[in-house]
Ligand binder design. Structure first.
Ligand SMILES: Cc1cc2nc3c(=O)[nH]c(=O)nc-3n(C[C@H](O)[C@H](O)[C@H](O)COP(=O)(O)O)c2cc1C
Length: 316
């Protein structure tokens, strides 16, 4: 019998919820850090309360202006950015950005970074005990800053130490965001897992650059930047594939996801959830469209719980 002809549950009866360690999300779709502001900027076009979670722009202890312009360049099927982790800083985030977002019933994951191992701990400590924060995502993988970011995430031992530092200072679930700019992502993933991370997210941007041939200068003031968008999706899929084979903690997949079909590739591979990044700049409602698409796909395929689909990749 063709199960597709027997839809026994209404469309809105499909269970899209997923568990990421101690966190249960109502659906597997989050917005990626740095591409959705502090979550309110897209409202009312996108109601952040409808998303699985909103991952806010990376927060540091002190405010940061970021790199000088130009800091964004369009590239084939993607973009390069060298924002340099510009952000309002911990204090202003807690006072001005978090309360309105929490009021919209959004599940908020705070992306954090530091310039030293101890600064990661300081940001985590500053978020301790604060209501309206569901989890922390630790950025050890930003390629656009001189110190900090990727320098931490390319070394398994340093990744483990940063993870421990954050866990020690935190009362929230901790997700470590990994860099693709490494030879063996499995060893960094294992290090974060051994240190106690509740989950992993990957990938951050791929290091890259572009040249202005008229002026013969780099197109980014920072010279190099991070490549994102559909151009990186096959790389992201393979890195996620490698990591889900290696660790037992939940993995969140991202990199070049534009529509629900892209999201499905990651879920079928074994990612428990996905994040939508650069696509938000092209189609602001991309994340909501993906939730709708996933629901429709489940209905057509006769899947009542999306968790049943996760990790169903067959390799002969
Ligand atoms: C403009 C911009 C800013 C970003 N800022 C951050 C950030 O603050 N922290 C972080 O962990 N990742 C940051 N990222 C990386 C994204 O969250 C994501 O990992 C990456 O763009 C790949 O996903 P995508 O191809 O869907 O955009 C940023 C990406 C872009 C394009």
């Amino acid at each position: 019998m063709d199960h597709r002809s027997h839809k026994v549950w209404p469309m809105d009866g499909i269970d899209l919820s997923v568990r990421i360690g101690p966190l249960t999300l109502k659906n597997p779709v989050m917005t990626a850090s740095g591409t959705f502001g502090y979550g309110r900027e897209f409202h009312p076009l996108v109601d952040p309360g409808q998303l699985g979670a909103v991952v806010v722009k990376g927060i540091s202890v002190r405010p940061r202006a970021g790199n000088p312009p130009p800091r964004i360049v369009e590239t084939p099927s993607g973009m390069l950015n060298a924002i340099g982790l510009a952000n309002v800083g911990l204090e202003k985030f807690l006072k001005e950005k978090l309360p309105p977002l929490a009021k919209l019933n959004a599940v908020v994951i705070v992306n954090i970074y530091g310039h030293s191992e101890s600064e990661y701990g300081e940001v985590a400590a500053g978020l301790k005990g604060i209501e309206g924060i569901a989890g922390i995502e630790v950025n050890v993988s930003c390629p656009n800053v001189e110190r900090g970011g990727m320098a931490f995430g390319t070394d398994p031992e340093v990744t483990a130490r940063v993870t421990e530092k954050v866990l020690k200072n935190s009362d929230k679930p901790v997700i470590v965001k990994l860099s693709p700019n490494v030879t063996d992502i499995g060893s960094v993933a294992r290090a974060a897992e051994s240190a106690g991370a509740d989950g992993l997210s990957l990938i951050n941007t791929l290091a890259g650059m572009a040249v202005d041939i008229e002026k013969r200068i780099p197109r980014l003031a920072n010279v190099s930047g991070g490549l994102s968008g559909p151009a990186i999706r096959p790389v992201a899929l393979y890195k996620v594939y490698q990591v889900v084979q290696t660790v037992h903690i939940p993995v969140i997949g991202l990199g070049g996801i534009v529509d629900y079909r892209d999201a499905l590739e990651f879920l079928i591979l074994g990612a428990k959830a996905i994040q939508v990044g650069t696509a938000n700049f092209i189609q602001p409602t991309a994340s909501l469209d993906i939730i709708d698409g996933l629901r429709r796909y489940c209905e057509e395929q006769g899947i009542s719980k999306i968790e049943d689909l996760i990790g169903t990749l067959e390799i002969s």
